[in-house]
Design a protein around this ligand. Structure first.
Ligand SMILES: [Zn+2]
Length: 309
């Protein structure tokens, strides 16, 4: 199942002309302007920061995004073209393989296209918000100038916690952004809020699965493992909806929904992710990582130092 990075350049979508690309980039820019504009940011941040978005057009780069610090109040978030192609291709796969909205008729071409595009832009949101979280959660304080999105965890032990923290806050914000889309998706698909949210969560788990397909087949050797990262992201989803009326569905129901998405994912991928099927050990390890993360929050004082109000 491993994705061959050299294949990405051969994807059909790469063959589209400049007009196609400019259209996608324009959409991403517009999307970012609504989420990351100065007014919106000043509502949630303690002081002003300027965020510039740009794209790497070179197809030879790895499928990635990164954030870099220019100075204390200015940052660049860069999305790679190869990453965008990978996401676009997989947004179609998500639909073609019946992973989401499996009961809708695939012959409704326009509807299927729209559904895949919703996932694509939700993923782009999530990745941009992940980078924004590195900025706003003060990750740059002790970490130089640079964070890559899809990075194999290196020797610096704390890095995994910075990534978990960025995932957590990205998911909280992405869910807020998604909640504003729900009435439009409802009109499009004729589905209930609950079903729409479930499909959103499935597409988010797919995004993480995708990154581990790039990294390799040995998914159980990373710490936190992909499965643990997915479980943290689903936990962040629950955090984002607790005590907030983002959706017209009870919290308990959404909490159950997140659990069922996780269980279905585990069932589907158990052999790839946990070849030993040792879930007791896995649960224990997840608990340890969560405790270490809480310890890390205390040590780094991220909650006190963050730019979020
Ligand atoms: Zn990151």
């Amino acid at each position: 199942m491993k994705i061959d990075l050299n294949e990405i350049g051969n994807f059909d979508v790469c063959k589209f002309d400049d007009r196609f690309w400019n259209h996608i980039l324009k959409n991403i820019n517009e999307l970012n302007n609504t989420i990351f504009n100065e007014d919106e940011l000043s509502k949630v941040l303690k002081y002003k920061v300027k965020i510039n978005f740009s794209f790497f057009r070179n197809i030879d780069n790895e499928p990635n995004a990164f954030v870099e610090k220019t100075n204390d109040t200015e940052y660049n978030i860069v999305l790679g073209k190869k990453l965008i192609i990978l996401l676009m291709q997989n947004a179609y796969k998500l639909v073609d393989n019946y992973y989401i909205y499996s009961d809708l008729n695939r012959k409704q071409i326009d509807l299927m296209h729209n559904i895949s595009q919703i996932s694509f832009y939700v993923w782009i949101d999530f990745i941009c918000l992940h980078e924004l979280s590195h900025i706003c959660r003060s990750h740059f304080k002790d970490n130089g100038k640079y964070f890559k999105f899809n990075k194999e965890v290196d020797e610096i032990h704390n890095n995994i916690f910075y990534e978990m923290d960025a995932d957590r806050f990205a998911m909280i914000m992405a869910t807020r952004v998604f909640s504003a889309l729900i009435s439009g998706i409802k009109m499009l698909t004729n589905k209930s809020d609950k079903e729409i949210i479930k499909n959103y969560l499935i597409s988010m788990t797919y995004l993480f699965d995708l990154f581990f397909l790039i990294e390799g087949e040995n998914k159980s050797s990373d710490h936190p493992s992909p499965l643990q990262r997915i479980s943290f992201v689903l936990t962040a989803f629950c955090e984002s909806i607790k005590n907030k009326n983002l959706f017209q569905v009870e919290f308990v129901e959404l909490d159950n929904l997140a659990n069922s998405v996780y269980e279905e994912f585990v069932l589907k991928h158990s052999e790839e992710y946990e070849p030993n099927n040792n879930y007791c050990e896995f649960a224990k390890e997840s608990q340890v990582i969560l405790e270490q993360y809480n310890e890390f929050l205390k040590e780094t004082k991220l909650n006190e130092n963050q730019l979020f109000k």
